[in-house]
Design a protein around this ligand. Structure first.
Ligand code: ADP
Length: 479
């Protein structure tokens, strides 16, 4: 067998190991880049947005409670919201005097004694819908503070003012802790990702490397190569597929060897005989008409044997090339069977073979007459070759509603169960062959090829020591 060339696709020279590792590292870097971007660079913006939302939510919840809850419940809610949302809340009466307050954050400015509440109240009054969101700098800490104010009641007769004060900037210490934690996690995870990706890359690529090495050995013609697909499912599937391919390749290889052995043996034997008898006629029996005719007879029969082999090879290769078309015609299968059996008459009379035909009612069938004739001929020929010492062969026509079954039975040794699958293979011949059985190992392959072309069912029943029955069923019957 020719060694298969080692192909590498252009442009795919990067090892799988490296590709897996690279993708994993890229993935890790992207994850960290996103994490850093959101945690560090956009942190302040997120923080501000969240604080504004919390402050607005707080004020809305308190107003809702002010409008709907009894006084004691309202005061409870007031404190609860302030603590939960970490905001300072101040309730002023309609004159701007403090009604209730809750101080939660230390940097609060609205609770500062010096804070000018009147200015804020007038700003709220002037604002649209009586709702104000603004920022003010804490003069003590220089920090930007968020102030959300809201008027209770209508603009003409306000009942009071609710003011919420919240931080707008994250505590620097918190940011510092988050940053250093992130730094720490990032460095640990980068090292971890590096190690894991190396391990993963190796784990994914090593079964493929192993299988590739084995495949290279197979390509060199070593059919005993074992494919080790341990690791993961896909590697196992690949290994199984290659093991299957190896089996098939080795079958083809054995078949090819057998073919060459069979063909060369079958060709050489008649050729040697032809040469020997031709030389005998030249040197010895040329002048003796009796001997010469005897030798010429042998030359003729050996030529027939050669012709048979070459014809079978040609027939099969034509059938298998797929170029042959069926040429369908209608004919009487009963007549055809009689006609073929008659052809064996000479042989039957000479060698004592007894071919018994059991016809059914005459039926017209529609198929390729020449090819089906060859099928019947091959089956009867095999039956004669392999039948028992009683030299009996039975041919039957069995009519069915949907077709006609043709059976050819012999009384020979039968075929072993495990060989039945093989006998239709090309060049398969049982080992215990008698030389006098003229055969090419192609007869049943031709039968199979023709019946498959017609899409007819076929098969064989065989009992060891009792004989075999080969059958096929012609469909497309014309009634
Ligand atoms: P061959 O030229 O060897 O007969 P075939 O393809 O016709 O080639 O048959 C293949 C093999 O099948 C034979 O070698 C023989 O072993 C087996 N075989 C075929 N027909 C019969 C039969 N009627 N009885 C027993 N064995 C058979």
């Amino acid at each position: 067998m020719k060694p298969i060339k080692h192909f590498r696709r252009a442009g795919s020279r990067i090892p799988l190991k490296f590709t897996v590792w690279l993708y994993f590292i890229i993935f890790t870097l992207v994850v960290f880049a996103l994490l850093w971007l959101f945690q560090i660079f956009f942190f302040d913006k997120f923080f501000q947005r969240m604080k504004i939302r919390t402050a607005v939510d707080s004020i809305e919840t308190i107003i809702d409670s002010y409008n709907n809850d009894p006084k004691d419940k309202f005061y409870r809610k007031f404190t609860e919201v302030a603590v939960k949302n970490e905001v300072c809340v101040l309730l002023l009466d309609r004159y701007g005097r403090i009604d209730t307050k809750k101080e939660v954050i230390a940097e609060c400015i609205i609770h500062d004694r010096n804070y000018n509440k009147e200015v804020l109240v007038s700003k709220i009054q002037a604002s649209e819908n009586g709702f104000l969101t603004t920022t003010e700098v804490n003069p003590r800490t220089n920090e930007n503070m968020l102030i959300v104010g809201c008027r209770l009641g209508s603009a003409s007769s306000p009942q009071g003012y609710l003011i919420v004060n919240s931080r707008l900037e994250p505590v620097p210490n918190t940011v510092y802790i988050v940053k250093s934690q992130l730094m720490f996690i990032t460095s640990i995870l980068v090292v971890f990702a590096f190690v894991i990706s190396l391990y993963l890359a190796k784990r994914i690529s090593s079964p493929i490397d192993r299988i590739t090495k084995s495949a290279e050995r197979l390509a060199k013609g070593d059919f005993s190569t074992k494919f080790d697909g341990r690791g993961y499912l896909e590697a196992k599937q690949l290994a199984d597929t290659l093991t299957y391919a190896e089996k098939e390749l080795s079958k083809v290889d054995t078949m090819q060897r057998d073919l060459i052995a069979n063909v060369s043996h079958d060709l050489r034997t008649p050729l040697t005989m032809l040469k020997a008898y031709a030389e005998m006629i030249r040197d010895l029996s040329g002048d003796n008409p009796v001997k010469r005719n005897e030798h010429l007879e042998i030359i003729i029969s050996e030529t027939d044997r050669l012709a048979l082999l070459v014809n079978d090879m040609l027939d099969l290769s034509k059938l298998e090339s797929g170029k042959q078309k069926l040429s369908l015609s209608e004919f009487s299968i009963t007549e055809k069977l009689n006609e073929i059996i008659d052809r064996f008459k000479g042989l039957s009379d000479k060698n004592g073979y007894n071919i018994k035909f059991t016809p059914d009612e005459e039926r017209t069938v529609c198929c390729d007459v020449v090819k089906i004739e060859q099928v019947i001929y091959n089956l009867i020929n095999n039956a004669i070759n392999y039948t028992g010492d009683d030299k009996k062969v039975f041919v039957r026509q069995i009519n069915k509603d949907d077709g006609v079954i043709v059976e050819v039975e012999d009384t020979g040794n039968g075929i072993e169960e495990d060989k039945i699958k093989l006998i239709f293979d090309k060049y398969y011949r049982s080992e215990n062959h008698k030389r006098e059985v003229v055969g090419t190992g192609l007869g049943l392959s031709i039968v199979k090829a023709v019946l498959k072309m017609h899409n007819f069912d076929y098969g064989v029943r065989s009992t060891l020591g009792k004989g075999s029955t080969f059958w096929f069923k012609i469909r497309n019957v014309k009634k």
